[in-house]
Design a protein around this ligand. Structure first.
Ligand SMILES: [Zn+2]
Length: 134
């Protein structure tokens, strides 16, 4: 699968980046600054952003293995694969966001208090999804 993969986000050639709503910097690992993102996943994220019509804040996208371990991420985290995004729920309708992400083709969903995790891994869902559970 095609992917954007560089030792540092600053090394991504401008002509390799075709996503207008997101920058390499915001999707790079917050550990060592490297970036590995599967292009089909980024295409989906771009579609969600387009459909929503308003900015999305990505708390976490790619995570290098060391950083992922340091913050207690799952050992097999999709953030290490490069097809997962944690989207901030601040000011967002989480149900609408979830639906748009589903429509865009994301298959894994984890609902947290402040963000929605989406990925392109096996079809699954976790978190508190009922209306009253905030
Ligand atoms: Zn996540």
């Amino acid at each position: 699968m095609k992917k954007i993969e560089y030792e540092h986000w600053g090394l991504v050639p401008v002509n390799r980046w075709r996503w207008k709503y997101f920058t390499p910097k915001e999707l790079a690992s917050k550990g060592n600054g490297s970036i590995k993102i599967l292009e089909h996943a980024l295409d989906k994220l771009e579609r969600v952003r387009e459909q929503l019509g308003r900015p999305l804040v990505i708390n976490s996208a790619y995570r290098d293995p060391e950083y992922n371990a340091r913050i207690g991420g799952a050992r097999m985290s999709r953030h290490k694969v490069g097809d997962a995004f944690d989207i901030s729920l601040k000011g967002q309708d989480r149900h609408k966001l979830h639906r748009l992400c589903k429509d865009a083709g994301f298959t894994g969903f984890g609902l947290y208090k402040t963000f929605l995790h989406v990925d392109c891994g096996p079809r699954r869902q976790w978190g508190k999804w009922s209306q009253e559970a905030q």
